[in-house]
Design a protein around this ligand. Structure first.
Ligand SMILES: *[C@@H]1O[C@H](CO)[C@@H](O)[C@H](O)[C@H]1NC(C)=O
Ligand SMILES: *[C@@H]1O[C@H](CO)[C@@H](O)[C@H](O)[C@H]1NC(C)=O
Ligand SMILES: *[C@@H]1O[C@H](CO)[C@@H](O)[C@H](O)[C@H]1NC(C)=O
Ligand SMILES: *[C@@H]1O[C@H](CO)[C@@H](O)[C@H](O)[C@H]1NC(C)=O
Ligand SMILES: *[C@@H]1O[C@H](CO)[C@@H](O)[C@H](O)[C@H]1NC(C)=O
Ligand SMILES: *[C@@H]1O[C@H](CO)[C@@H](O)[C@H](O)[C@H]1NC(C)=O
Ligand SMILES: *[C@@H]1O[C@H](CO)[C@@H](O)[C@H](O)[C@H]1NC(C)=O
Length: 606
């Protein structure tokens, strides 16, 4: 914050929004996309007497069909009031499968986290781990004077093998909050699990696949922090040695990621050449491309090109009240097929799983769960890694700028392919996995840095197929696309006041198909989730004194398990319209005759 020769751009980076009184490392380098606090004088258009309920729009974790009307068996495992918890140990609780459930067989298990808060507080990242395996990565909602309440419900059936273990495990919740005279909000959090008994019919059949064993790849307790690894720069990498049982026949790595501080808005970061030419601080540099790279024994095994989650305090907080941004309450995790690498993992020795982030600035929180399927008949499964090809990451960028105005285009692509043989009691199976990514980011800076337009598209395609001889016995495909557009402008007014305009459009789209002849299971789903927001904040002397935000969202899920549609709009805490449909139309993917369709589906896959 040394020079004042470029006031608009310094504002752009951090001058106006720099809050020197804040000790939290999350706040040291607020960019314009991380707005300052709301003035105590700012009152929203609504003077609620009861707390406002915030929520993220998505399908319910358990569809409400007549078949699934059974009441779950529920149990609360944790309660804590998170006041000054930053750099303190995570809150721990003992987890034992409740013995009062009438059935010890479950069709689904869901996690519910409820929270309330009142006062002033930033959005805080948090994570929940069971014996080191992450179950949820989430962000708190920013409270108001009158208080807020929200809950996150997540289907955690894929962690079944952990959740039903017949022994006591440690549940750990880390939420680094800071409470002082300015930031008064204490988060009151309750954690429940709901255990759904088996039901008849299709529904169980379509319940998510469950690994036999889950090996956490995270930091071990005790810690004064979350269990995630912290990746603080481009050259930083974190790893852990893992040993797996010798009878594994399938392995999938599930990766959790979130980005903070200088990289919270990585997709809007500027190229270093531009920063250097303009003598700017490096905060918000390294350009807008990021890639999470997973290595096995030092070699690239897969990648994650993450969805740009906007946390509840991001860009313009009024956009996310009460409908929060896509993924903010339940951050997506990303699967990487590891079966082709079993040939190397099955030797009974330890192997090193590593994580790094291309172009990273401080800080990324990354960890993973290794989901393993075990052979019930063979004690030792053998394998061989047949082929691994990794196109190196290709990044190209075009810079065209004069002073603080310019246009930047960044493109990237990556291909990771692996092929491996596994000899289990299911036979000699050759699995190939292929991850393909494309990225383009077009950025415009105008008005000497006051105006920024970001237009980004991330596309990813993952394909896995397993063959026994010439017969395909497993095939899966996931096609993702994450469009993200942001228009933001800062209009200087009289009296130390500026108008911060931000219009944002983002989408999370994914189409998945999976056909498994060993487990006799087929699954197909398509989600299209689009959010558009328009907001203005009036910022005076580093405080938001007025403003508005309006958000429209259309969420559409059609899957073998359920259908869900929601079309909703909010404006400054008020819902303008909200249309929900939870029935599948004719000819959608409800598949009572799934087995009959197996062949058809498989042939569609490749
Ligand atoms: C909300 O309440 C505050 C304090 O009582 C008052 O100053 C303000 O005018 C009220 N706002 C509205 C929109 O009613
Ligand atoms: C978990 O249970 C053990 C044994 O009963 C007890 O000593 C410990 O304090 C418990 N831990 C927590 C976090 O409640
Ligand atoms: C759980 O473990 C206890 C003690 O080891 C044993 O008595 C009990 O039968 C086990 N329950 C199940 C369902 O395996
Ligand atoms: C950046 O700093 C250098 C050396 O101090 C100076 O020569 C140059 O004019 C500065 N550039 C800008 C755009 O201020
Ligand atoms: C504008 O900011 C300056 C510096 O912080 C301060 O001295 C001045 O009083 C402010 N003016 C108004 C109208 O708030
Ligand atoms: C931003 O949204 C507002 C409100 O919908 C609209 O009037 C304005 O034209 C939008 N600006 C841009 C650049 O999209
Ligand atoms: C959502 O609802 C709005 C308002 O009724 C309507 O204009 C829009 O077309 C709807 N969108 C979809 C995809 O149904």
């Amino acid at each position: 914050m040394s020079s004042s020769s470029h006031p608009p751009l310094l504002l752009f980076f951090f001058t106006v929004f720099f809050l020197s009184a804040v000790a939290d490392h999350h706040d040291k380098t607020r960019s314009r996309l991380k707005p300052p606090h709301f003035s105590p004088l700012f009152s929203s258009s609504r003077n609620a007497t009861s707390p406002t309920r915030y929520f993220e729009v998505k399908k319910p974790p358990v569809p409400s069909s007549p078949q699934t009307q059974q009441q779950p068996c529920s149990h609360q495992f944790l309660h804590h009031d998170f006041a000054y918890t930053y750099t303190k140990p995570p809150v721990l609780a003992n987890y034992t499968l409740p013995s009062h459930c009438p059935s010890q067989q479950f069709s689904r298990i869901t996690l519910e986290l409820r929270s309330t808060c009142r006062g002033r507080q930033f959005d805080r990242i948090f994570g929940l781990w069971l014996d080191g395996a992450e179950l949820l990565r989430s962000c708190t909602a920013e409270p108001t004077r009158n208080g807020i309440v929200w809950s996150v419900e997540k289907d955690v059936t894929k962690y079944h093998s952990l959740l039903v273990k017949n022994r006591t495990q440690t549940l750990a919740l880390y939420l680094g909050n800071i409470v002082d005279t300015t930031y008064t909000g204490v988060y009151h959090v309750d954690v429940f699990f709901h255990y759904y008994p088996p039901s008849s019919g299709d529904y169980d059949y379509n319940s998510p696949p469950r690994a036999d064993m889950i090996v956490p790849i995270s930091r071990s307790l005790p810690l004064n922090d979350g269990l995630w690894f912290e990746i603080s720069s481009s050259g930083d990498s974190k790893s852990k040695e893992i040993k797996i049982p010798r009878n594994v026949y399938r392995a999938v790595l599930e990766v959790y990621v979130s980005f903070h501080e200088n990289d919270e808005f990585w997709y809007g970061n500027l190229p270093n050449d531009f920063i250097t030419a303009n003598n700017l601080s490096t905060a918000g540099g390294n350009g807008p491309f990021r890639e999470v790279v997973v290595t096995l024994d030092g070699e690239v095994a897969g990648a994650v090109w993450p969805f740009p989650v906007v946390f509840t305090g991001g860009i313009n907080p009024l956009l996310w009240r009460p409908v929060t941004a896509i993924g903010s309450f339940d951050l997506p995790s990303y699967d990487i097929e590891m079966t082709p690498f079993l040939g190397s993992l099955l030797d009974g020795e330890g192997h090193e799983f590593g994580f790094s982030v291309t172009n990273a600035l401080n800080v990324w929180f990354v960890d993973a769960n290794l989901h393993l399927w075990l052979d019930g008949e063979k004690e030792v499964v053998e394998g061989e890694v047949l082929e691994v090809s990794r196109s190196s990451l290709e990044i190209g960028s075009v810079l065209d700028f004069k002073g603080l105005n310019g246009e930047f285009e960044t493109e990237a692509k990556r291909l990771v392919c692996s092929k491996g043989l596994v000899k289990s009691s299911h036979g000699e199976i050759v699995t190939t996995s292929r991850q393909e990514f494309r990225y383009v980011n077009k950025m415009v800076l105008g008005k000497d840095g006051s105006l920024q337009i970001i237009d980004q598209l991330i596309e990813g395609e993952d394909r896995v197929q397993s063959k026994r001889g010439s017969r395909r016995i497993y095939a899966a495909k996931s096609v993702k696309s994450f469009p993200f557009y942001l228009y933001s402008d800062s209009l200087e007014q009289e009296d130390n006041t500026s108008l911060e305009v931000a219009n944002v459009t983002m989408g999370f789209n994914e189409e998945r198909t999976e056909s498994d002849k060993v487990m006799m299971r087929t699954f197909k789903s398509k989600v299209e989730n689009k959010q558009e927001g328009q907001g203005v904040m009036v910022v005076k002397n580093n405080l938001v004194v007025n403003g508005y935000g309006g958000t429209q969202q259309v969420y559409k899920y059609v899957g073998s398990d359920q259908c869900y549609f929601r079309n909703i709009s909010s404006f400054n805490y008020d819902i303008l319209y909200d249309k929900v449909e939870a029935v599948c139309e004719e000819n959608t993917l409800k598949m009572p005759e799934h087995l009959a369709r197996l062949e058809t589906l498989t042939s569609l896959l490749l």
